[in-house]
Design a protein around this ligand. Structure first.
Ligand SMILES: Nc1ncnc2c1ncn2[C@@H]1O[C@H](COP(=O)(O)OP(=O)(O)OP(=O)(O)O)[C@@H](O)[C@H]1O
Length: 275
């Protein structure tokens, strides 16, 4: 089967500095693919290449066998590429439902049209759809609350809902578990597993390798913009080059890798070996 997402020989340089180096990645349709690697490895840069923020210096990106390199940023959503962000980007003065509905702009029109049916009795297919997505992400009881008063975990789920309501064929989740406590993280795994349609392909940047092992069926590890391992998540997370990339060669008892204390089968395994 042809991959739904195909990156071939992707290179990106900034002022002569190579950030992504001759990278090949293929992702199967419907896969939940984890993208892991230490800080600065190039993970978010890949998302920025896919969503059109950056253009590769060389190489080719295909979605559903169509090259997308020339498609401008504001048209990528129409190709079916939806994303969330490492740092929350919600309209905090709007309600949960309003925030979610804003993810329908490419399907419905400008925000004045999207939000017009709120507070009215119109039958409105897109409002109903946003409410359904909210329900599947466990947001039903908060739907009319302002985003700004809600917990970080709930706000993270609103971002996922806003991306999902745009009916993406490729969903990019940038560190969905970052900043969540273990209860929120487990809830997120459960709602993602049940709410994302099986034919939606999901690429997940995440430092929390337990999260990746639980949710994903495929993983790719990067370091310095290069692929250092790929395959099933358990093997990738424990691959010697991945362990070394996260922990370094000479620090076997390291416990607190910068952004991800819980992360890392790699980290945990190394600690256990050292104990
Ligand atoms: N616009 C830019 N100009 C110059 N360098 C950049 C730019 N964007 C990213 N980089 C560099 O590219 C490298 C990869 O950054 P990126 O944010 O993709 O890493 P990451 O793997 O997502 O890291 P983290 O886990 O910390 O988010 C870093 O060295 C970063 O400084």
């Amino acid at each position: 089967m042809k991959p739904v997402l195909f990156l071939h020989a992707i290179t990106l340089t900034f002022g002569g500095l190579s950030v992504i180096d001759n990278l090949d990645i293929q992702v199967r349709k419907g896969s939940r693919c984890g993208l892991i690697g230490p800080n600065g490895a190039g993970k978010t840069t890949i998302f920025n290449l896919l969503s059109g923020v950056y253009r590769a210096t060389a190489g080719e990106i295909r979605l559903d066998d169509e090259p997308i390199d020339d498609v401008p940023l504001d048209q990528r959503i129409r190709l079916g590429i939806g994303r969330t962000f490492q740092n929350l980007r919600l309209m905090k003065h709007l309600t949960v439902l309003e925030n979610i509905m804003l993810g329908q702009h490419h399907l419905v029109g400008p925000w004045t049209r999207i939000l017009a049916p709120l507070g009215s009795r119109w039958n409105c297919a897109w409002r109903d759809e946003a409410e359904e997505v909210a329900e599947t992400l466990g947001l039903r009881e908060d739907i009319h609350k302002l985003a700004q008063g809600l917990s970080y975990g709930v706000q993270k789920r609103i971002e996922v809902a806003r991306a999902l309501v745009g009916r993406p064929k490729l969903l990019l989740l940038d560190e969905p578990a970052a900043g969540l406590n273990s209860t929120e993280r487990n809830e997120l795994v459960t709602v993602l597993a049940s709410s994302v349609p099986s034919d939606t392909t999901v690429l997940i940047v995440e430092h929390d390798t337990d999260f990746v092992r639980t949710l994903c069926d495929q993983a790719v590890a990067l370091n310095f913009g290069r692929k250092i391992a790929e395959g099933d998540p358990a093997s990738v997370c424990s691959h010697p080059l991945v362990v070394e990339a996260y922990l370094g060669k000479d620090e076997p008892t390291y416990r607190n890798h910068s952004k991800s204390t819980s992360s890392g089968e790699a980290a945990i395994q190394r600690n256990e070996n050292a104990a």
